[in-house]
Every structure is written in structure tokens, then in C-alpha cells.
Design a binder for this molecule. Structure first.
Ligand code: HEM
Length: 331
């Protein structure tokens, strides 16, 4: 239970820090300018450093996981996606993972029943919750781009209009808000309900979920409950993007809570499992072409060895071989 309570408590403390800091200690500048700028630097630098570390690791052998016929003789049909041979086939496979979570879709759960009997069951709901969570977050983040430009980007406008499809409340309710809450709840409950999963889950599995939940709840409270004026927020961001590090106006304290939690997420990102967002592109089991039969892949750190052909070997040892009664090719 400690591994759930601790991250929950930490998230609650993180919500209180900016509240006290801004409301009672007058630290608006720290929370609106210093921490956001510092967290952005840490996120970008940390993300790049980790990607570079992964990129420079040698991958001497082909280790793609394959699930179909590899490229072979002309009359045997290759499965281009499951056993990619060309770069673009491997790229399509990686994009299938990134956009559709293909491996997770095929994920099966093994359960031991009385007998003993091993049964494999499909867990499509996990795939659905994962997809809903990631896609909703992406749409919410793209929708936020309206705060970072003086005119709303067309993509943000389009997503905004699609998302407020059920335009019956004021302000209009976004479908993705409800979906992200539902998906996070399912992902947390899933870790708590299954005893095996509960055992292997760590506080670091719960913390990002709680943090993102808190970010979403603070955002929704701003939009639907306190109905903050977004113009000062827009002004503040444009001022910062103009390299003018000043406080531009009064913004409700809930915004500082929302922003601080986003900053914590940004700082936490490069050091956590959230780096799977970048790592998925560099996963050798997914991004390598299965072309070992057609192309020789030599290990770059093998010592530079001089090999002898059989003819050279026989030339060197012919006399000794004959004496020992061994057959030779050339007398
Ligand atoms: C991981 C990043 C972020 C997430 C997941 C997130 C999430 C959310 C959510 C779920 C809402 C509720 C309304 C909606 O869906 O648009 C919201 C509202 C809001 N967020 Fe964020 N947010 C993030 C980053 C930011 C940042 C960086 C800022 C500003 C610097 C910001 C400013 C706001 C504001 C002003 C609102 C109220 C919008 C309104 O009243 O329409 N958010 N956020």
C-alpha cells in the first residue's frame, strides 16, 4: 500500500507548494518565470542527452523480433510489416507501434487455473485504455498550442472543434477531458486489482499517473469551475517567448498549481520511464531490418584479424599434412 500512498502524498504536496508560494509568500515570479524556464531547459537537454546515449550505443547484431515470413526466394511471399527488410518497412512497423500500439494489441495474458490448466486470454481493454490515454493527452497538448501563438494554429482550432462535439455546456466540454480521466482511472485500478501486477508495480509506476491526473484535474477546475481568464495566461507565455522574463499580469492561483505540476512532469520526464516516448524509436527489436541473410553485419569491436583461406593453409602445411596421411587438394 505504501507504494501507492507515497506517490499520492507526493502529488498532494506538489499541489500545495505553488498554492502557498503564490498565495501567501508572493512568489509569483518564481512559479511563472523561473521554474517554467528551468524545467524546459532540463526537459530538452535531458531528453536529448538520453537519446544521444542510446544512439551511440553500437547495435552490432540484428535482433528484430519477427512474426512473419522474412524476405527469401522470389516465390515466397514476405510479410513486410512483421519481418521488415527495407528501411521504410521497419519505419512503418515502428510507426504502427507509436500510433496504434500494435504489440500491446496482440498482448495476451497467461493465467494458471485449477487442473493445472494454462489459459491464454486477450487483454484488449488494456490496449484501449493505453490508446485513449495517450491520444487524449496528445490532443489536449496540441490544443494548448493556442496559448503559445498570437493566432490559434489551424490544427489546434480543428481539434478544438472536434473535441467540443457535444457543445451543450458553457464553456464547451471537451471529450478528451472525460476520456483522459477514465483512462487514468483504468490504468491505476488495473495495477491495484491484479495481485501479480500489484506486486511488481513500483511507486514510479503510480507517480506519473497521479501527476498527470492532478495536472488534468487542475486544468479542468480552471476551465469548468473557476473559469479563469485565459488572456493573462496567453500574455505571460508570449512575453516569455519574446525572451522578456517578466511577470505580465494577475493570474488565478490554480493556474500556478497547474503550471507547477507540468514543470515537475517536465523535470521528471528525462529521468523516468516516461522516456519510452523517445526510446520507442530506438528500440532495436522494432527498428532493425531483418536482412542478416542478405547483408553481413560485422561486430564493430571485433579485433582486426587476418584470416587464411584453405588454399593458403594447405600451401603452408602441405608437407606436414602428407606426412601425417591427411588428404590434400594439390599434390
Ligand atoms: C503536460 C502538459 C499539460 C497537460 C496534460 C494539461 C492538461 C490540461 C487539461 C486537461 C485542461 C482542461 C481543459 C482542456 O482540456 O483544455 C487544461 C486547461 C488549461 N491548461 Fe493545461 N495542461 C498542460 C500544460 C499546460 C501549460 C504548459 C499551460 C500554460 C503555460 C497550461 C495552461 C492551461 C490553461 C490556461 C487551461 C485552462 C483552459 C481553459 O480555460 O480553456 N497547461 N490543461
Amino acid at each position: 500500500m505504501k507504494k501507492v500512498v507515497m506517490p499520492l502524498l507526493l502529488t498532494a504536496i506538489l499541489c500545495i507548494i505553488p498554492y502557498i508560494g503564490v498565495q501567501y509568500a508572493g512568489l509569483g515570479y518564481l512559479f511563472a518565470v523561473v521554474i517554467p524556464c528551468a524545467s524546459l531547459v532540463i526537459l530538452v537537454a535531458g531528453f536529448l542527452v538520453r537519446l544521444v546515449i542510446w544512439l551511440i550505443r553500437p547495435v552490432p547484431f540484428r535482433i528484430p523480433t519477427t512474426c512473419g515470413q522474412e524476405k527469401s526466394l522470389d516465390w515466397i511471399k514476405q510479410d513486410k510489416l512483421e519481418s521488415p527488410y527495407h528501411f521504410w518497412e521497419a519505419a512503418a512497423r515502428v510507426m504502427g507501434e507509436v500510433l496504434l500500439f500494435r504489440s500491446l494489441f496482440r498482448n495476451t495474458k497467461a493465467e494458471l487455473y485449477a487442473g493445472p490448466k494454462l489459459a491464454y486470454g486477450s487483454t484488449k481493454w488494456l490496449w484501449l485504455a493505453g490508446m485513449t490515454f495517450h491520444w487524449s493527452l496528445l490532443i489536449i497538448v496540441i490544443r494548448h498550442s493556442k496559448f503559445f501563438f498570437s493566432t490559434v494554429p489551424p490544427i489546434a482550432d480543428l481539434l478544438d472543434n472536434m473535441d467540443r462535439f457535444f457543445d451543450v455546456t458553457l464553456p464547451a466540454f471537451y471529450m478528451t477531458d472525460a476520456l483522459v480521466l477514465a483512462a487514468i482511472s483504468i490504468l491505476v485500478i488495473r495495477r491495484l486489482r491484479d495481485p501479480k501486477l500489484r506486486l511488481i508495480s513500483l511507486p514510479t509506476d503510480f507517480f506519473p499517473l497521479f501527476l498527470i491526473l492532478a495536472i488534468a484535474l487542475a486544468g479542468m477546475s480552471m476551465r469548468y469551475v473557476t473559469k479563469i481568464n485565459v488572456l493573462p495566461v496567453h500574455d505571460q507565455i508570449l512575453t516569455l517567448m519574446d525572451y522578456s522574463f517578466i511577470l505580465s499580469g494577475e493570474i488565478g492561483v490554480l493556474f500556478y498549481v497547474h503550471l507547477f505540476l507540468v514543470c515537475v512532469l517536465a523535470i521528471y520526464f528525462p529521468f523516468s520511464k516516461l522516456m519510452h516516448a523517445g526510446g520507442i524509436f530506438l528500440s532495436p527489436t522494432r527498428n532493425l531490418c531483418n536482412n542478416s541473410r542478405a547483408k553481413r553485419h560485422s561486430n564493430p569491436w571485433n579485433p582486426d584479424m587476418k584470416f587464411k583461406s584453405y588454399t593458403e593453409y594447405e600451401n603452408d602445411y602441405r608437407d606436414k599434412m602428407k606426412k601425417a596421411g591427411l588428404p590434400v587438394e594439390k599434390e
